[in-house]
Design a protein around this ligand. Structure first.
Ligand code: PEP
Ligand code: NA
Ligand code: MN
Length: 619
């Protein structure tokens, strides 16, 4: 049986239409045929990334009741999607790294034998698209043809995924042309796992959010392939994002001498008009999007957004480290994004946005907890049920999201899609620490900085006074996203420091979340974090003074600009306090943490831990 193929907006009967079968590339065509042979869709659509294509898909999804069109008066060209209540987040326990050897996945990943996994996947994907349309989605991560960019193709049976990929990546025809010219590309396959024809040929009814109770998010690092089954949700289904741009790309980066990181990117400009570029890694829910869209409170400084989630960085011809945001959009958490916490994000969402699992207002606009101080009296919640403030449950799902083009951000940097990327001046590592970690500390060296990245953690529980709470480790904020052994990844970072030499960016540890003895935050955060950025720029310029401590270089008194800030001397003291005993206790925890990686922990990191202990004991 031959499956009809076309591109949207082209009549299937119009065989003369050149776009009808997407590409002439033999390898891409053969792979699409192979996946269609396995998944057995009714038809194949070769996506071209045009606005016309997106318009038609949106119309279709609205007609099918799978998207709600928002009131264009408030939110032009914007839609609300409601997922199945079981399909609302990444599924880390169903995420697999299938390297040939288990040790190469490491103790922090779920490893499965690649041959066994392929057998299992062949079973679940067999006929998984029956009764559906299969879309071929060509995309570029980073500017088309750029030296740090990479190409990929996602096959999916979810039109919601096609629309989201159109926002989150440079998706479209131009990618076919680059593939035809011989550029390498990554193969990714996605199915929601809800065929509309069952095994014995009976049709079944379509539902609002098709998905499957059994889920697989599978990375094959050796062949650089991704297979995702059973979920339609962002991080599980938009395979360009976490699966490719972090898990597979981290392996490519290891093999090719670059870095694929869970980092935001910003440009900072001083009152003198000099610009600096900063990359920063924070675990999920530590305010990455807020820092990416920060509005400085200190006069004369500006911060512009380049990326809010992922950075790819590669040494340039001048030996410096250059970074791109490989994405073209933001897939941000809605709750907590509000007029006061992140006005830039709120403004970004004026239109052309897909919202997922937020609440709907009676006037056809959206709402979520934290958007406005005032709570609406009446809403439809994320599951489609009537809601009032008395309902006693959140109106928007806590992991509800917005999907919007980066270019729509009012403070997007003019070099956010620079072909060659931007040169990085400083790298920041942060977690959510109530104790120990000061507001900012500069690493003594690249290796010390790698140690800071490797030991990023957040406190799980409130600490008893003078002790450290139970730590949730999230090295480099990459715990769920590193496609290989985490200790080897640290080794790769150490090696990149040798390659960069004196051109290496400075590394800093920051912590906006330290608490005082009374349990309240010591630092106001948000826009006031610009004061910390100013000090970091001062360190890059060599103008800001430091004091040496066992844990790194802290701001010398008066070197941090506190003009106009209402903060007591006592709070400042606690904010920068380095408690010897409590840090020695933390060294014990780090020792235990490293143990699970055995002899793969780089000698340089063991030396850093030993040096930290030595400095603490002699302080
Ligand atoms: C996601 O869950 O799809 C995602 C982007 O993850 P996070 O917000 O944790 O980075
Ligand atoms: Na490209
Ligand atoms: Mn993220």
């Amino acid at each position: 049986m031959t499956i009809s193929e076309f591109s949207i907006g082209t009549e299937a009967s119009d065989s003369a239409a050149p776009a009808r079968r997407g590409t002439t590339d033999a390898a891409l065509r053969a792979w699409v045929d192979e996946i269609a042979g396995l998944t057995k869709p009714d038809e194949i659509v070769w996506c071209d990334g045009s606005q016309h294509e997106a318009d038609l898909l949106e119309k279709q999804l609205v007609a099918e009741g799978k998207l709600i069109k928002l009131n264009p008066e408030w939110r032009p060209n914007s839609y609300l999607a409601r997922t199945d209540p079981s399909d609302v987040a990444r599924v880390e326990d169903r995420t697999f790294i299938c390297s040939t050897y288990e040790e190469d996945a490491g103790p922090t990943n779920n490893w499965r034998d690649p041959r066994e996994m392929r057998t299992e996947l062949t079973e679940v994907f067999d006929g998984s698209m029956k009764g559906r349309t299969m879309y071929v989605v060509p995309f570029s991560m980073g500017p088309l043809g750029g030296p740090i960019s990479q190409l990929g193709v996602e096959i999916t049976d979810s039109p919601y995924v096609v629309l989201s990929m159109g926002i989150m990546t440079r998706m479209g025809d131009a990618v076919y042309r680059l593939i035809e010219a011989g550029e390498p590309w990554v193969r990714t396959v996605h199915s929601v796992g809800y065929p509309l024809v069952d095994g014995v040929g009976h049709r079944r009814a379509e539902i609002e959010w098709p998905c499957n109770d059994t889920k697989y998010i599978v990375q094959f690092p050796d062949s650089r392939e991704i297979w995702s089954f059973g979920s339609g949700y962002g991080g599980n289904a938009l395979l360009a994002k976490k699966c490719f741009a972090l898990r597979i790309a981290s392996v490519m980066a290891r093999d090719e001498g670059w870095l694929a990181e869970h980092m935001l990117l910003i440009k900072i400009t001083s009152p003198e008009g000099k610009s600096y570029h900063v990359a920063a890694a924070f675990p999920s829910a530590c305010g990455k999007t807020n820092l990416a869209m920060l509005r400085p409170t200190i006069p004369g400084w500006t911060v512009e957004t380049i990326g809010d989630d992922i950075a790819w960085m590669r040494p340039g011809e001048d030996g410096r480290l250059y970074a791109i945001n490989p994405e073209a959009g933001f897939f941000g958490v809605a709750p907590g994004t509000g007029e006061t916490t992140n006005p830039t994000a709120v403004q970004t969402l004026w239109g052309n946005t897909i919202f997922t699992n937020v609440a709907l207002r009676p006037d056809g606009d959206v709402w979520w907890e934290g958007l406005t101080d005032e709570i609406p009296e009446e809403l439809t919640d994320w599951q489609g049920n009537p809601w009032t403030p008395a309902s006693g449950r959140p109106a928007a799902h806590p992991n509800s999201r917005f999907t919007v083009a980066a270019a729509q951000c009012p403070q997007i940097s003019d070099d956010w899609d620079a072909h060659d990327g931007v040169p990085i001046d400083a790298i920041l590592f942060g977690g959510r620490r109530a104790t120990n970690v000061p507001l900012v500390a500069e690493a003594r060296s690249w290796k010390h900085g790698v140690f800071m990245g490797a030991t990023i953690s957040s406190e799980k529980t409130a600490a008893a006074e003078g002790t450290v709470g139970e730590l949730r480790r999230d090295p480099f904020a990459m715990l769920p996203f590193c496609g290989y052994n985490m200790a080897d990844y640290w080794g790769h970072w150490v090696k990149m420091g040798r390659i960069l030499g004196t051109n290496a960016p400075k590394i800093f540890q920051v912590n906006w979340f330290r608490k005082g003895a009374d349990g309240s935050f010591l630092w106001p955060g948000f826009g006031e974090n610009s004061r910390v950025l100013e000090w970091i720029v001062g360190r890059v310029e060599g103008t800001a003074d430091t004091v040496e401590t066992p844990i790194g270089l802290l701001p010398a008194s008066d070197s941090l600009d506190l003009d106009g800030l209402d903060i007591t001397d006592e709070a400042l003291e606690q904010l920068f306090d380095v408690d010897r005993d409590s840090w020695l206790a933390e060294c014990e925890l780090t020792d235990e943490y490293f143990e699970q990686f055995g002899d793969r922990v780089p000698a340089a990191l063991k030396a850093e831990l030993a040096s930290l202990r030595y400095h603490l004991e002699h302080s």
